[in-house]
Ligand binder design. Structure first.
Ligand code: NAP
Length: 278
């Protein structure tokens, strides 16, 4: 059972991967939905599928959350909707040496992964506090545990989300509003394809030995964690192991070891002749 009464749920990044699974899981719980992403065709198809399958109301909000206009449009859509569950999931990353990165890509990542999360949380929280109920679930990452060389901007955005959630959870004690961060390990979504679009990696991007979790499992685990009032919800073996490891290892040694793994990942692009010179 959901921790909150089934009313309106907001899901950003609903056109693919984890967001699509959150939309299904929340509709199955009886929530009406507001779905946000840039790809209108995918959102429209998903909205119809959810209406047909779960008999819920679904509104589509096509917005680029890495832009001021997109964020403003999304905030205006949700501010009067009595959103009781907000899953702030839209996000992307990049892989490779930062000095060779596309500056526009990196700054758009910060806008999407950090600024839009702040703006949307600020838009929905007052209503939740006023009603004395609600939940904000922010999709961070196992990359939040410590700095990530070769994914420097991405790791920092995910650490921002984790700190933001932990601070808010303390502020919101006794309000009836739950704020949680889910920290998935590697998960089978379009995330790696988008890394490839950034032009700084090739192939799946994940080392062959790494266990990859299914998106549906990550979503089920995170909603269970939310129902139980957990503030930080690691999902999958990699997330649990790296969390423990980041607590046990001295910071400097940990960052060097993470750098070795990600340097190898980013070398895949050299072998394929992809990306900027470095
Ligand atoms: N997959 C993993 O291994 C993994 C691990 C840890 C954490 N995560 C986190 O999980 C979250 C979801 O990622 P995913 O793995 O499900 O990746 P995904 O399959 O690539 O989905 C990303 C979603 O974000 C949306 N999005 C991207 N840029 C956007 C923008 N500018 N404005 C609005 N929406 C935008 C995409 O929709 P449009 O392209 O249609 O806009 C898509 O719906 C991210 O925050 C990611 O950091 C993923």
């Amino acid at each position: 059972m959901s921790a909150v009464a089934p009313t309106v749920a907001l899901v950003t990044g609903a056109s693919a991967g984890l967001g699509r699974e959150y939309a299904h899981a929340l509709a199955a719980r009886g929530h009406d939905l507001v779905l946000v992403a840039r790809r209108a065709d995918r959102l429209a198809a998903l909205a119809q599928e959810l209406r047909d399958r779960y008999r819920v109301e679904v509104e589509v909000c096509v917005a680029d959350l890495a832009t001021d206009d997109g964020c403003a449009h999304c905030c205006a859509t949700v501010v009067d909707r009595e959103v009781d569950v907000a899953v702030l999931n839209a996000g992307f990353g990049s892989l490779g040496p930062f000095a060779a990165a596309d500056a526009a890509w990196e700054t758009a990542m910060v806008r999407l992964n950090c600024v839009s999360v702040v703006e949307l949380t600020r838009a929905v929280l007052p209503g939740m506090i006023g009603r004395g109920r609600g939940a904000v679930l922010i999709v961070s990452s196992a990359a939040a545990w410590h700095p990530v060389p070769y994914m420097a901007t991405y790791g920092a955005t995910k650490a921002f989300e984790l700190h933001f959630v932990q601070a808010l959870a303390e502020e919101l004690r006794e309000t009836g509003v739950q704020v949680s961060a889910v920290c998935p390990g590697p998960t089978a979504t379009e995330f790696s394809d988008v890394l490839e679009t950034a032009g700084r990696t090739s192939g799946s991007g994940w080392p062959k030995w790494m266990p990859i979790d299914g998106a549906a499992d990550v979503v089920a685990t995170s909603l269970r964690g939310l129902d139980r009032g957990r503030v930080v919800i690691p999902t999958g073996r990699i997330a649990w192991c790296t969390r423990l490891w980041s607590r046990l290892m001295p910071r400097g040694a940990g960052v060097r070891a993470v750098g070795v793994v990600h340097r190898r990942r980013s070398r895949g692009r050299r072998a394929a002749g992809i990306g900027h010179g470095d």
